[in-house]
Design a protein around this ligand. Structure first.
Ligand code: FBP
Length: 336
């Protein structure tokens, strides 16, 4: 049997050149990995434990909440209760940030906030489809308060980001500014084991992922882009549609095999285009992963990581994946 690949904690300890100090990075990614293990276990059993279906509540986005949305959010709330140096948790499922005063080092040492989409693709929960968790880590400003004002900066300020994919295998992917690494959960040893290091996204790819059923609601530029992607005749340059209802899973395919995931804005009567996905804990973290792997992320007009949000749950159109296809989205002026 070949040499055992390193497990996540060993790999984290050996990291050099990351934006976050290695000790802090190890602490935070280690806690995200633990959350991933717990969530993978719960998802696998939810159909026989009554964990599927709706909770009867709605979240801050006005969306009906699945029981697993709430359960996965609670995992992050409790796991980051005592996780110095993280002093704030922002979640898709919570209107306001959770501030952990005890872990706050606003005076003498860096503190961080973690921003999460605890369960991405929740429309897949009851049909055993792929699901994910998305996370972003940002450094707090000195003397910050318990609100998130100091965090409302462009995605280029993230110090780490990544996701956990709950598919046939559970995988954890992260970057801290020194490339993108991928780990697979091995249930036999209950550890995430390194599978791929310093991943490079193919510069162009054969896939596009979009809910094409919304095409009439988009800006004409986005409509023309998708018509162009579906107009190619010859096999070498034509595209195949792959859309599984979970951003994380569709993005994962782009990362490994190339292509683009897009969720264009829907144009309202006043001509304004409004995205669905959330900028700070969906688009920006996967944007950092894409760029660190040689890909790109755009809001159809410009670089996603240069957009400054006005509020933590702000939505944005997103075109993300291989550099060739994302450039094409901007050439088609997908968002005007
Ligand atoms: P959630 O984080 O609430 O699941 O929303 C995001 C998402 O589910 C993406 O994962 C997915 O790509 C998209 O929304 C599906 O939206 P639609 O059902 O409109 O195609």
């Amino acid at each position: 049997m070949g040499q055992q690949a390193p497990i996540l904690s060993d790999h984290l300890h050996s990291r050099k050149k990351t934006i976050m100090p290695a000790a802090d990075l190890t602490q935070v990614i280690g806690r995200v990995a633990l959350a991933g293990k717990l969530i993978a276990g719960e998802i696998a059993r939810a159909s026989i434990t009554g964990g599927l279906g709706y909770s009867g509540d709605t979240n801050v986005q006005g969306e009906e909440q699945k029981k697993l949305d709430d359960w996965t959010n609670q995992v992050f709330v409790s796991l980051f209760e005592n996780c110095e140096p993280v002093c704030s948790l922002i979640s898709e499922e919570m209107e306001t940030p959770r501030h952990y005063e005890r872990s706050c080092h606003s005076r003498d040492r860096a503190s961080y906030a973690i921003l999460v989409d605890p369960l991405d693709g929740s429309s897949n929960t009851d049909v055993n489809g792929s699901l994910g968790t998305i996370f972003s880590v940002r450094k707090r400003a000195p003397r910050h308060g318990s609100d998130a004002k100091d965090l409302l900066g462009p995605g280029s300020q993230q110090v780490a980001a990544g996701y956990v994919l709950y598919g046939p295998a559970t995988q954890l992917i992260y970057t801290s500014g020194a490339g993108v690494d991928m780990f697979t959960f091995d249930p036999q040893i209950a550890e995430f084991v390194l599978w791929k290091e310093n991943i490079r996204m193919p510069p162009r790819g054969p896939y596009y992922s979009v809910n094409q059923g919304n095409i009439t609601k988009w800006h004409p530029g986005a409509q023309n882009l998708v018509r162009h992607l579906t107009s190619r005749k010859d096999k070498t340059t034509s595209y195949s549609l792959r859309y599984c209802g979970a951003f994380v899973a569709d993005f994962h395919r782009c990362l490994l095999e190339g292509g683009m995931y897009l969720y264009p804005g829907e144009v309202s009567a006043d001509g304004k285009s409004k995205g669905k996905l959330r900028l700070m804990y969906e688009c920006a973290p996967l944007g950092m992963v894409a760029e660190q792997a040689g890909g790109r992320a755009s809001n159809g007009k410009g670089r996603t990581l240069e957009v400054t949000p006005k509020e933590i749950h702000e939505r944005a159109p997103v075109y993300i994946g291989s550099a060739t296809e994302v450039a094409m989205a901007e050439e088609f002026r997908a968002e005007g």
